[in-house]
Each structure stands twice: as C-alpha cells, then as structure tokens.
Design a protein around this ligand. Structure first.
Ligand SMILES: *[C@@H]1O[C@H](CO)[C@@H](O)[C@H](O)[C@H]1NC(C)=O
Ligand SMILES: *[C@@H]1O[C@H](CO)[C@@H](O)[C@H](O)[C@H]1NC(C)=O
Ligand SMILES: [Zn+2]
Length: 712
C-alpha cells in the first residue's frame, strides 16, 4: 500500500468523537511512517494562548497538560518551525525530558497552519527517530498527514468543547437550584457557592467576601472554605479594607481578574500564604453583583491540573456569579424581612406584656350584663368625666350596644371587652392625655351621632360611624404628655420613626391602634367583609391623623367650602371632611362643658404643658409661653384657643347642623367666663404668675359664675 492509501485508511478509521482516541490513532500512524519511537500532537489554543498535551504516543494522560504558548518548549515551533534538538537551549531540553519522562536523542517539532487562515493550529512532535532519517522527509510526513487530518482534529475538538459547555450549562442550572434552596441561611448559601465555584472551575480553593458597604470592608465568614470543614464549627470572620489586595481591586472596579502568576502580581499579598503555608500559584477573582453594585467577591485559587484559569473558566465563573448575586441579594433581603418581622413581633409582645389585662378583669367585663345608659347620657350637658374610671369600660360596651354597632358589625362582647380593656391599658397616665380623655372624646362622638342623627339622615354611613367611634377610643394611644414639636427637639425614638412624614404622635397612636387590633382576640373588625375591613382601616387612619391640630388648620378652609357649597351626602370627599370635623369637635369637646368643668380640665391640660416646659428648660431650651409655668396666663391662652380654633370649628358644625347650636351657646358663655376670669386675674394679681394656683382658687370660680347669667 502506498502512503496515500494508508492515509486514506487512517481517515476511514477516524470515526471517534473523542479527540484523545483520535490522537492515539494518528500517533500510531506517524510512528510507523516516520520510524520514531515517540510521537505526540500538541493542539494550539489561541484563545487562551496555551498549548495542550492530552496524549503521548498511546498514553492518554490522566489529566491534560497546558503550557504557555510563548515560553514553553513546545510552543517554540509556532514562531520558528521546524525545531530540532540542536535549536533548544539546555533548560528547554530538560523541560522536554521532564515532559517525556526520558532524555530524547532526537526531536523534531513542526507547526501546522490552517490552510486558509494560516493560523497556527497544531504542533506535531517526533521523538527518537532513526539517526539516518532525513529531516525534510520527516517534515513532509508530518505536514502531509496532519494537513489532511486537520479538519477532523479541529472539528472533534470543537465538538468536545460544545459538549463541555452544554454540561457546564446543566451544572449551572443545578447550581442555581441548590443556591435557591439555601436562601434562608446566608452562611450555608455562601458555603454552597464556594463549593460549586470550586467544582465548576476546578480550583483548589475558593474564598468568598461580602462587601460591607457601611464599614468599607470586605468580610469573609467562610474563608478558604474546604467542603470537608465541619458543618457546625464556629465561623471565624475575616475583615479587610474594601480596596485592599486583589479582592479589593475587583470589588472596587467590578472587573474580573485572571492572574496567571500570583507572586508576580503587584496586588498579591504574600502574608496570607506565609501564615497558612499554602502556596498560591494563580487566581481567578470575580465580582458578584446585584442589580446595582458589587455585593461580594469570589476568589478562586490554583487551577487543578492546569497552569492557570482559562477563558472558559472565566466565562463560567461570570455566569455563575450572576446566580450568586441574585441569591445573595435575596438571602440578605429575606433576612431583613425576617428581622423586621421579629422586631415588630417583639415590640408588639413587649407592649402587650406591659398592657396585660388580667383574666379576671376580662371575664368580669365580658360576662357582665351591659349596663343601661343614664337618662341624660345623650345630653350635651352630661359630664362623662364624672363616671368613675372603673365603670368606663362597661359604659363603652353600652355605647356600642346603644348605637347598634355590636349588632350591625357582629362584634361579640368578649372581643369588644378585650379590645376596650387593652385600649384603656394602652394609655399612659399624663395629667390630660390619658384614658379619661379618650373616653370623654368617645362619649362626645356618641353625642353627635345621637343628636345630629348623621347616620339616620345618611350624612355618614354605618361603617363611617364605626370608624369614628373606634378612632375616638384609640386616637391618643400611648400619649406621653408631650407634643409633636417636643418629639422633634428632643430627638425622641418616635421622631426617628415618623418625623419624615410629620404628625409624629398621631402616627404612633395609629400604629398602636393597629397593634391592638392585630392582637389575638382583640380584632373587633374581624367579622367585616374584606372590602369593609379595608375601608374602615383607611377611615380610621384618616380620622386619627386628622387629630393633629396642625393638620386641622391646614384643612379648615375646606370646611368653609363645604358650608358654602352645601353638604353633598353622595360626595365621598364631603363625608370624609365631615368625619374629620366631627373628630376634631370631639377632641375639643371639653370646651363645651359648663365653665367649672371646663376650668377643671384646663388645669389638667396646663399641668401637662408645664411639665413639658419644665423638661425643655432642663434640656436647656426655652419653652413657648403656653408651656412656661412662669409666663403663661391661662385665661388669655384659653380665649385665644377658643377664638382661633374651637369657635371656628364648632361654627362650621353648627352651619351644617342646627341640632348642634346649643354647643355654640355654651362656648360663648365660656368665652364670657374666661374674659371675666382674666379681669379678676389682672386686678388681683397685676404681676401675673402662678396661674394654675389662681385657677384652682374657689373664690375665683364663684366670682365668675356669680357675675354671669347662666340659663342652662
Ligand atoms: C337629667 O337631667 C334632668 C334635667 O337637667 C334632671 O332633672 C335629672 O335629675 C337628670 N337625671 C339624672 C339621673 O341625673
Ligand atoms: C366632591 O366635593 C369636592 C369638594 O367640594 C369637589 O371638588 C368634587 O368635585 C366633588 N365630587 C363629586 C363627585 O361631586
Ligand atoms: Zn385627643
């Protein structure tokens, strides 16, 4: 058989889809043709600038070997083909001996270029051929054979590469699945990420850093995490500056770094190797990003069975890091949500603990007969503050009953009892903003609903009436006897929570309300349907936020529009305005009681104001006049308050409802009383001062009342 025939036969036998098997056959052929003892092929990987050795003669290497194209002995043929033993300097000869496992007696390597692109594709190496062989003949054999077979060899290799990519894709999907099952435990997730990264890129070690943006540090909780490390060993946290070393560089630039020789890299820190005894050869360092920024860095060390990480390692690492970024972000978010949930649960529990209602008290209220209301209970002149505080919860139950709320909204007595007792507990004990304030405000809402017949006449709906009553009960929950501006100047916790939205205290009252409604067995709204439930919460929110007088002053013009345009029952905006107007009237209703009662309550209000003033003085601030016990003139302040806020508000109410007119009469009478009181004040105490004591002086009250005709 001639050589072309033998070559044809070889071609026919190359049906393997495995490049190593292919090379064995070609090596055998070239051995016979050239008489060489040893033959091997060296594919050139232009992309990674490497040359590859997979097979030497018939021996398929357990791990393929890669050498740099530019510096290795094998790569020399690329720039000057052919190369013989005499062309090699001494150290290259020993490199070759090392590779072969014996000292070569003769050597020829020929570079095969692609016939079209002329790119170097394959090197053929012949070793220990007969001393009589002519070099030209050997070159001819090598070129002849390999040019013929080049297409087959390259195709087989690219087929293998495709197959590997497909497998990598599949393993990436598996990785993704694994990662997303560990979202609930960030350390477990990071450990998983490192193991997978190591497996995918065939790295000896992997370290993973998360970026602590707040402290500008890189943090590794699991460092060089060997998969064999005990699962339950305590983790040691390592922190480095966010711009330090290779990981820092990658964190800062967000760009991948593939370092072929760690020790010659200016950013490499040898200290770690010196302390651990580990020798770092090469590093692949990849940024892990979420949607916006770098969240971490994965650092892979020492490519196993390879001189460096390849570009396909880079590709897979980048793909992998995208999954890592998403899963880390979700894991951190998950943790945040959990933390927030447990914090709110904790504070709820804490609050409920302090507000615990005794089982005894609860069962007494839940099981007792709901009392009937006093015959004058619905009168504007009724003074709810005269009811002993211990009786107030059952009176609240009676109001719900009387208004038909319990029946209409299917509120069981036990739930209502628990709700009311918890609300009562939710009030602190400042002089004015305590449970009795909430109770009297609720009573006034009852008065308005009864006397103005707003529900019966369709001005507001039954649901809106429910929202109003619940809001009245809850509208000052957990009041600390200090104002919104005090929260801000004293930098209170509440200000920290709510100052950006304004109405700091009101937002807190609302949040306490929700907290109580969400407490087991307290949700009096539980039998409402979904739409009603949503609606009533929205109303409660609006009504409670409207108790901020600053908010009231902002919408006072709208009340006037309401009067001039005429109230439209079908207009949602009108009904909401009416509700907040009613709420404000309720909140100010102490002013509508007979003067001695009003005066008694004013004392409470000013006690509260003055103790805030005292606090402000202690903090080195100057309180406003109203809160300064040495400067405030109570009758003057009361007259201002009546003129600026109370009268305009009740005027609107009376313009809308004739039935409210008696309230205006009392207010006018009280104005006259305060004017008289002011007269007596200034005549008796021209220097002013100590105005609370004056107010509590019985002779003052008698003198005021005697001087004025009171016909109610
Ligand atoms: C109710 O009011 C009327 C008139 O002011 C009074 O005569 C009566 O005693 C009051 N009833 C009660 C129980 O206080
Ligand atoms: C409701 O009243 C407001 C304020 O008066 C007005 O601007 C709006 O057009 C009214 N809406 C309807 C549906 O009549
Ligand atoms: Zn209030």
């Amino acid at each position: 058989m001639s050589r072309p025939q033998r070559l044809l036969r070889l071609c026919a036998s190359l049906h393997d889809q495995n490049s190593a098997q292919l090379q064995v056959k070609i090596n055998n052929f070239l051995q016979e043709e050239s008489g060489s003892k040893c033959v091997f092929l060296v594919p050139i990987l232009a992309e990674s600038e490497e040359v590859l050795v997979q097979v030497i003669m018939e021996k398929i290497l357990p791990q393929e070997m890669r050498f740099p194209m530019s510096t290795s002995v094998l790569g020399m043929a690329i720039t000057s083909s052919p190369i013989t033993l005499t062309d090699l300097p001494e150290e290259k000869v020993s490199e070759l001996s090392h590779l072969l496992g014996f000292d070569p007696e003769s050597y020829l390597s020929v570079c095969i270029r692609h016939p079209e692109s002329q790119s170097a594709s394959l090197i053929v190496c012949l070793v220990n051929f007969p001393p009589t062989s002519q070099p030209d003949k050997l070159i001819d054999i090598a070129e002849n054979c390999c040019l013929t077979l080049l297409g087959i060899i390259l195709n087989t290799m690219s087929y293998e590469r495709e197959k590997r990519l497909k497998m990598q894709c599949q393993s990436l999907l598996t990785v993704a699945k694994n990662l997303f099952t560990h979202l609930d435990n960030i350390n477990e997730l990071l450990r998983e990420i490192m193991m997978e990264a190591q497996k995918l890129t065939n790295a000896e070690r992997c370290s993973l850093f998360l970026l602590d943006h707040e402290h500008h540090q890189l943090v590794a909780n699991v460092f060089d995490g060997y998969p064999t490390k005990g699962e339950n060993e305590p983790l040691q946290e390592i922190r480095i500056a966010e711009n330090q070393g290779i990981a820092g560089h990658v964190a800062m630039t967000g760009e991948l770094l593939n370092i072929k020789d760690a020790y010659s890299h200016p950013l490499f820190y040898k200290g770690m190797d010196e302390t651990t005894g580990f020798v770092t050869r090469n590093i692949l360092c990849i940024p892990i990003k979420d949607e916006k920024r770098v969240v971490g860095v994965a650092q892979l060390c020492n490519k196993i069975n390879g001189m460096q990480f390849t570009s396909s390692d880079e590709e897979i690492a980048v793909a992998f890091s995208i999954f890592c970024g998403i899963s880390i972000m979700h894991s951190l978010m998950y943790k945040k949500v959990q933390d927030a949930q447990s914090r709110s649960k904790l504070s709820n529990e804490l609050m409920m603990y302090h507000m615990k209602v005794s089982a005894d008290e609860l069962s007494r209220l839940a099981e007792a007969m709901v009392p009937s209301l006093d015959e004058n209970f619905s009168s504007y002149y009724y003074v709810p503050r005269d009811i002993p505080v211990d009786n107030t919860p059952s009176i609240v139950l009676a109001m719900f009953e009387d208004l038909g709320l319990s029946q209409r909204w299917r509120i069981g007595q036990e739930v209502l009892a628990k709700f009311v007792l918890l609300v009562k507990r939710g009030y602190r004990d400042p002089p004015y903003h305590n449970w009795m304030h909430a109770f009297t405000v609720t009573h006034f809402a009852f008065l308005l609903l009864k006397n103005l017949k707003v529900v019966e006449q369709g001005h507001i709906s039954e649901l809106e009436a429910l929202a109003l009553i619940v809001s009245c009960l809850c509208h000052d929950l957990d009041h600390r006897g200090t104002t919104n501006s005090f929260q801000l100047t004293s930098n209170s916790v509440l200000a920290g929570l709510y100052s950006s939205e304004g109405s700091v205290m009101e937002r807190h009252h609302l949040s306490q309300t929700m907290c109580i409604l969400n407490t087991e067995g307290c949700n009096i709204l539980q039998n409402l349907n979904e739409k009603e439930y949503e609606k009533v919460l929205e109303l409660i929110r609006e009504i409670i936020l409207a108790t901020d007088l600053a908010q009231h002053l902002r919408i006072v013009a709208k009340y006037c529009d309401l009067v001039s345009a005429g109230f439209d029952k079908t207009n949602e905006t009108h009904r909401k305005l009416l509700l907040t107007l009613m709420m404000t009237c309720c909140d100010l209703s102490d002013q509508t009681k007979k003067w001695p009662v009003t005066k008694r309550i004013a004392v409470l209000v000013y006690q509260e104001f003055f103790s805030q003033g005292d606090l402000e003085k202690a903090m080195g601030n100057r309180p406003i006049e109203m809160m300064d016990r040495e400067k405030a003139c109570i009758p003057t302040l009361q007259l201002q308050f009546l003129d600026d806020i109370v009268l305009p508000t009740y005027n609107v109410l009376c313009s809308l409802f004739d039935e409210a007119k008696p309230l205006l009469e009392i207010l006018k009478f009280n104005c006259a009383c305060w004017k008289k009181a002011l007269e007596i004040y200034t005549s008796r105490w021209p220097q002013g001062g100590a105005s609370i004591n004056i107010l509590e002086d019985e002779s003052l009250e008698k003198e005021v009342m005697d001087s004025l005709e009171c016909d109610f």
